[in-house]
Every structure is written in structure tokens, then in C-alpha cells.
Write a protein that binds this ligand. Structure first.
Ligand code: GUN
Ligand code: FE
Length: 427
């Protein structure tokens, strides 16, 4: 067992934050030896229940749940900051050429530790990530995540048309490869598999159908893709699937909307799309730095809440510009301001933080496992140092309440604020 004494942030079921100025977190191994939260709360009461535990005292520090990144591309680590006139030219000119290099296992194995390091330096302890169409890229990322005990879900990208040589796969083989990777990796340690059609324009109907069949055969495997990100893409989809009610409904028609399905962006939706998301219990990965960088549009938070479908925050590196959850939360705040009709704050700091922790975990169907620090949760957390920079220190010390403290960190924070990332290791 191990205990930490510090300020402590976690979330109640109603999404509000709970904060202890003098808190204590106690962790201990479960039956498999994995560290889980045994108790979290006020130091005076928790320490009474665990009088003999060794305590690490962290004055001035804040312990908070590890962040959940609901959508990120491992092979786009080096694509960050590539300017283009919108999504489709960005894919063609930067992304596909970069991703073609992951056919080489050596290259994938070189970048995988860089990617995992970057996640952990930024306090991300659970990620749903795209690999490339090459099984080698999936192998490299799973192997690295397993070595580091990271909770990681990834999958081989499916893209058998409208894709250049070097990234395009072959329909039959792509499905055989997907199933082999599911059998090898899904549920091993903290790893999970996601069936990963890149987006409907780059898959034949046969590939989408095959993906949907695998999704039915392996119901606890995840599904990830992109939808309704950019207007050029939406227009292209209309040409490719003239019969479909909408872009989103194409995925539904192929059996690719269900629990554990996560779609990035979800910007250019209508009311029927939003109702379908809720009905199928499918989640959106909101990727604000990417949407701002590529000029894609703005996720409609009010309409999403009115429809009642699940969502969480995502970096979408390398369309997104940062691995830092603080940068993503700040960008989400800007996006929430767009089209705001109600007075007051569009997105409170507690709502933003929830979306990147407990909300993201719930969107993955892992709300009882990660994303929060309640008894039974895996002990994935960050230790924040609010004195990490002079301005952060001034601002956080002047904060009069929890909202002001969280906002100071969201607006001024980056990887320097993350003093340590603790992963639930099997000891
Ligand atoms: N749509 C299809 N592929 C991609 C991708 O790699 N990034 C983003 N942002 N959108 C996509
Ligand atoms: Fe993406």
C-alpha cells in the first residue's frame, strides 16, 4: 500500500468536481497485483482508517485523475504543425506521406517510445489512438504501451480506396489482419483493440461491411473513426453514398455504431444525427485544437447536450496542435464560446476538466475503471505543481475558489504543470 498527501481533485457522479485542500489518496494492489485506489478524501478521516500506511507528503501539489485522450494518431507525432488548406489537402500532402513510413517496423518502433513518452509527460494515462494501415505500426505501439503499463486502445487503419500507394490496404487482407490483431492483443494487460476504418470515404462498402461484421462478432472491442469534420469531406461523402440519409448514417448502415464506438469531430451534424448518436450509445471525440488548426468548424456543445449523447476531449495530434490536455481544454473553451446563446460561461472549468478525465472514460465505457479517483479505480493519476512557472504560481495562489484555480491551470498550463504521472503498475 502507498499513500499520498496533497490537494486532491476528483469528480462526483453529477460531474461536479470535489476538492480537498488537505487530501489523501491511498492505493494498493488488487488480486492481479495492479494498483487501485483504496481510499480518497480528506486527510484527517482517511489517515485515521490507514494509520500504518507509508505516506508521501506533497505540500502545495495537486493530485488529479490522469487524463483520457479520446482520439489521437500515433503516426502523426511528426505531422503536428503542418499547414494546409483544410483536411483533404492536409491528408494528401502531409499525413499520407508520413504514415507510409510505418510500413517499416523499425520506423514504427523508433517513434512508439517518443509517442508514449509525450503522452505521459503531458499526464495522459489512457488513450484511444489510430495507428496506420500497416499491422507493424499496431504491433510497435501495443508493445511499447505494454512495456510502460499504459492503458491504450489502438487498431490497424482500414483504407482500401481513395488512398495513395503506401497507405492503401487490400479489402480481404485488411480484415484478416484486423481479426488476427484483435486475437493477439485485445484484453491483454491494459491493452484494447479498436476496429479502425479511417473514415467512410477511404473504405469500400465491402471493407465497411467486413468491419461491421467484426464489430458484431467482438462486441467488447472498440470502434473508432472520423465523421462530419469538414465541409469538403461532407460534400465528397454525398457523392460517394448518394443514397445515405447522412454521413453518420453510413456508419450505422454498416453496423459501426454501438457502445464502445467513438467518432472524432461530429461537427456537421443535424438533429437526426445527434439523436442517432444517443440511440446507439455512440460517443464523440471532440478535438478543438485540430478543428481550429484545420479550420474544420466548431463542435456544438449545446446541441450535443440537448440530444444527450456522450462525448469527451481529444488532442487529435497531428491535426491537433498539442499533446497537452491543458491546451485542449483551453481550445474547447474557445469553441464553446462560438454560437453561444445562453448567458454565463459556456463551459465551466469543471466541465472542461471532466470532459478530459471522467467524461472521456465514460465515453469509452471505462467510467468505473479509469478517469477518476474513487475506490476501485485503477491508480492512474497526475501530480500537478501549480508553482511550476512564475505566472502559474501567481495566478493559482490568487485563486479564490476552485473554478478560479482550475481555470488558471487550463489557461496557463502545459507539460511543465505535470510534475509526475503515476501509472497503475502491476508490481
Ligand atoms: N479524416 C480522415 N483521416 C483523418 C486524419 O488523419 N485526421 C483528421 N483530423 N481527420 C481525418
Ligand atoms: Fe483524427
Amino acid at each position: 500500500m502507498k499513500a499520498y498527501r496533497a490537494r486532491l481533485l476528483r469528480f462526483d457522479a453529477d460531474r461536479t468536481a470535489r476538492f480537498d485542500e488537505d487530501g489523501m489518496l491511498v492505493t494498493g494492489p488488487d488480486a492481479e497485483g495492479r494498483q487501485r485506489v483504496l481510499a480518497a478524501g480528506d486527510h484527517a478521516s482517511v489517515s485515521r482508517r490507514f494509520p500504518d500506511v507509508a505516506v508521501e507528503h506533497l505540500p502545495g501539489r495537486i493530485i488529479a485523475p490522469g487524463f483520457v485522450d479520446l482520439h489521437i494518431h500515433f503516426p502523426q507525432t511528426d505531422v503536428i504543425g503542418s499547414p494546409a488548406d483544410g483536411l483533404l489537402p492536409w491528408l494528401e500532402n502531409y499525413t499520407f506521406p508520413h504514415e507510409s513510413r510505418y510500413a517499416e517496423a523499425v520506423h514504427a518502433a523508433e517513434v512508439a517510445p517518443v509517442f508514449v513518452d509525450e503522452l505521459l509527460r503531458n499526464g495522459v494515462t489512457t488513450a484511444l489512438a489510430f495507428a496506420t494501415s500497416h499491422p507493424e505500426s499496431v504491433e510497435a505501439l501495443f508493445a511499447e504501451a505494454q512495456k510502460r503499463s499504459l492503458r491504450l486502445i489502438t487498431g490497424k487503419v482500414l483504407q482500401d480506396r481513395h488512398s495513395p500507394d503506401g497507405v492503401r490496404d487490400e479489402t480481404e487482407q485488411s480484415l484478416v489482419d484486423t481479426e488476427a490483431l484483435i486475437r493477439k492483443w485485445h484484453g491483454v494487460d491494459r491493452l484494447g483493440y479498436a476496429i479502425t476504418p479511417r473514415f467512410a470515404p477511404t473504405s469500400t462498402p465491402a471493407q465497411l461491411r467486413g468491419a461491421g461484421e467484426l464489430a458484431a462478432r467482438y462486441p467488447d472491442v472498440w470502434i473508432q473513426s472520423h465523421v462530419a469534420e469538414n465541409l469538403g469531406e461532407v460534400a465528397w461523402m454525398k457523392q460517394l453514398f448518394p443514397e445515405a440519409r447522412s454521413y453518420l448514417s453510413v456508419y450505422d448502415d454498416f453496423g459501426l455504431m454501438r457502445e464502445r464506438a467513438v467518432y472524432a469531430h461530429c461537427i456537421w451534424f443535424d438533429a437526426e444525427d445527434r439523436a442517432l448518436m444517443r440511440e446507439r450509445q455512440t460517443a464523440a471525440a471532440v478535438s478543438p485544437t485540430s478543428n481550429l488548426f484545420l479550420g474544420s468548424g466548431f463542435f456544438d456543445y449545446q446541441a450535443a447536450d440537448a440530444a444527450g449523447f456522450a462525448y469527451g476531449l481529444a488532442s487529435d495530434v497531428g491535426g491537433g496542435t498539442s499533446f497537452s490536455p491543458f491546451h485542449t481544454m483551453l481550445a474547447a473553451y474557445y469553441v464553446g464560446r462560438e454560437g453561444q446563446t445562453k448567458p454565463g460561461l459556456s463551459l465551466s472549468p469543471q466541465a472542461l476538466w471532466w470532459q478530459h478525465t471522467a467524461g472521456g472514460a465514460a465515453a469509452l465505457g471505462l467510467g468505473d475503471t479509469v478517469g477518476n479517483l474513487l475506490p476501485g479505480h485503477e491508480a492512474d493519476f497526475v501530480i500537478l505543481n501549480p508553482d511550476a512557472t512564475p505566472l502559474l504560481s501567481r495566478k493559482t495562489r490568487a485563486a479564490r475558489d476552485l473554478d478560479e484555480l482550475l481555470f488558471a491551470m487550463i489557461v496557463l498550463g502545459d507539460d511543465r504543470l505535470i510534475e509526475r504521472t503515476v501509472i497503475s503498475q502491476a508490481l
